[in-house]
Design a protein around this ligand. Structure first.
Ligand code: ATP
Ligand code: MG
Length: 522
């Protein structure tokens, strides 16, 4: 890939960082999250902060933003030692954080969210006009084309993120911390975000950027820091390293980027067929995406890839099959028999599972133990497919998936809410895998998952297919679809536009099918 790297033009001979964190350690019960970590960021620099799931990235950034206190270590800004006891302290010093999970108030307007806690006006009146005017100025700067009075609820995910950025800019920040800002964005939205970040750089504002998509590092970042198991594993200038080099620092060994599967599937009976799914947009719908005559089949033991751009209707099809959204017409045929699926519990009873794309919808119980979250799926066996699971089997289940997915956890008793973002994602996957459905639909299964674990997730999907489960993989990453799928269905604007064998398919071919309007079969 051509590294469109923006080098720091005038780096002083001696790197005098704007921010320096030294010897930062932080422990939680049973976990040493950070051990004597050093971290330095220059002015006007885009700094990639990398590491596997659970390496300690979010923890260090929470310390930087005053949300958590370090056990030991110091922070200096402009060479002056400083302590951030609260997020307000850090904000006053010009450090603004956009967390891994958004923190906007959905029922408030854009302007209210931008100025929340710092409302403009006199002592007794909030001056809405002034706040909206200021918000409009900032919005224009970052290309957010929405009225400041629009409710945040009505914005797309990417726009919500721009509101977070607008809020950061309204605070006169010097360092903007973005914890996995791109994991929920489509490619074109990522490009928009990068334009904004480059603009910030031109104004001398530094960005700390966490991502699991390593190509992005080479596209936009100047320097990088890698953590492994809570310790420094490498740091330097991006043009002086490579993706392989970064992975080696992250994982401590070489890993392949993709699992390979093509060609192993032999034709068998149809596990699931959908025929003529139609869905018109309702006035009450949040989603604007309609479905038009969506039809496809997936066989036992087959991996079907669903490819398309954002808005193609892949997630909507999955939700409709799973009974999460109603259909206007269409048939869902499970194992040769037409099924009546009016709700997710109907779908589960029919042996269909869905791992949704949105982390917040994934119904993890953050305040409960990992083992409870995992075995909850197993408890569904009572009404569905099998016997009650004993405590011993529960322990075995947790241990099995901890090993298979390399979930970084202290024990099955640990609360899911205390896992890192990527490890929470793995628990979600494990929970559905434990259900052993006949048909499993996974929507963006590796979003937010680090490079090493990605291969583990791929291998697990391949193993499930080998055991006879029909797997439908929805993914925005074409290499992922190409390496996994036996057959690929492409969609665009709620319609199926192609249905091709996986082996031999190319990115170019899929892109063409994903962007064309006339249906075509192969
Ligand atoms: N409040 C907490 N209580 C207990 N353990 C915690 C807490 N917060 C984080 N941890 C643990 O600290 C370690 C580092 O987690 P952190 O969230 O910093 O990882 P990360 O690098 O951001 O990972 P990801 O890429 O998955 O987001 C993990 O083992 C996590 O389980
Ligand atoms: Mg994190």
């Amino acid at each position: 890939m051509p590294p469109a790297v923006t080098l720091m033009q005038t780096e002083p001979a001696e790197f005098a960082p704007l921010l320096r964190m030294s010897g930062i350690s932080k422990s939680f019960p049973g976990v040493k999250a950070l051990e004597s970590v050093d971290f330095a960021v220059g002015a006007g620099e885009i700094h990639a902060f990398l590491g596997e799931n659970g390496a300690g990235k979010s923890t260090l950034l929470k310390i930087l933003s005053g949300a958590q206190a370090p056990d030991t270590g110091t922070i200096s800004l402009d060479g002056k030692a400083t302590v951030f006891a609260t997020p307000q302290d850090a904000q006053r010093a010009g450090i603004v954080t956009i967390y891994q999970e958004f923190t906007l108030a959905p029922d408030m307007s854009i302007a209210e969210n931008v100025f929340v806690g710092r409302e403009l006006g006199s002592r007794f009146f909030v001056n809405h006009g002034l706040m909206e005017e200021e918000t409009r100025k900032i919005s224009r700067r970052i290309g957010l084309d929405r009225e400041p009075s629009t409710r945040v609820r009505d914005l797309a995910v990417a726009e919500q993120q721009m509101v977070e950025i607008a809020r950061a800019l309204s605070m006169k920040s010097r360092i903007i911390v973005m914890d996995e800002p791109t994991s929920a964005l489509s490619r074109s939205e990522v490009e928009k975000l990068f334009t904004i970040v480059r603009g910030l750089k031109a104004e001398g504002i530094s960005t700390i950027f966490v991502t699991h998509r390593l190509e992005e590092v080479f596209e936009i970042c100047d320097r990088y820091t890698v953590l492994r198991d809570g310790r420094n594993a490498g740091a330097g200038r991006v043009p002086e390293t490579s993706i392989e080099g970064i992975i080696r620092m992250m994982v401590g060994r070489d890993v392949g980027l993709l699992a390979h599967r093509q060609g192993s599937f032999t034709q068998s009976e149809v596990a699931l067929e959908v025929k003529g799914l139609n869905r018109k947009r309702k006035a009450t719908d949040a989603s604007a995406i309609e479905l038009h005559d969506v039809s496809f089949k997936v066989h036992k033991g087959e991996i079907l890839g669903l490819a398309g751009l954002v808005g193609a209707g892949r997630t909507e099809s999955a939700r409709a099959i799973f009974g999460a959204d109603p259909l206007d017409s269409g048939e869902v045929i499970v194992g040769g028999t037409p099924a009546r699926i009016a709700s997710p519990s109907d779908a589960i009873a029919q042996g269909i599972g869905l791992v949704p794309e949105d982390r917040k919808q994934q119904a993890l119980f953050l305040g409960l133990a990992i083992r409870t979250n995992l075995s909850m799926a197993a408890h569904d066996h009572i009404s569905g497919w099998g016997p009650f699971i004993s405590a011993a089997r529960e322990t075995a289940l947790v241990e099995d998936y901890r090993r298979k997915l390399n979930i970084r956890m202290t024990s099955g008793e640990q609360l899911v809410g205390n896992l890192s973002g990527g490890n929470q994602q793995k628990v979600v996957l494990a929970r559905w895998l434990a259900l052993r459905p006949n048909v499993l639909i996974v929507d963006e299964p590796t979003r937010g998952i680090d490079v090493g674990a990605k291969v583990e997730v791929h291998n697990l999907l391949i193993e499930m297919a080998r055991e006879g489960i029909a797997v439908i993989v929805i993914s925005s990453e074409l290499p992922e679809v190409l390496s996994l799928a036996d057959r690929i269905v492409t969609m665009r604007e709620g319609r199926v536009t192609g249905n091709v064998p996986g082996p031999g398919a190319t990115q170019e071919q899929l892109m063409t099918l994903m962007t064309m309007s006339a249906p075509k079969a192969a």
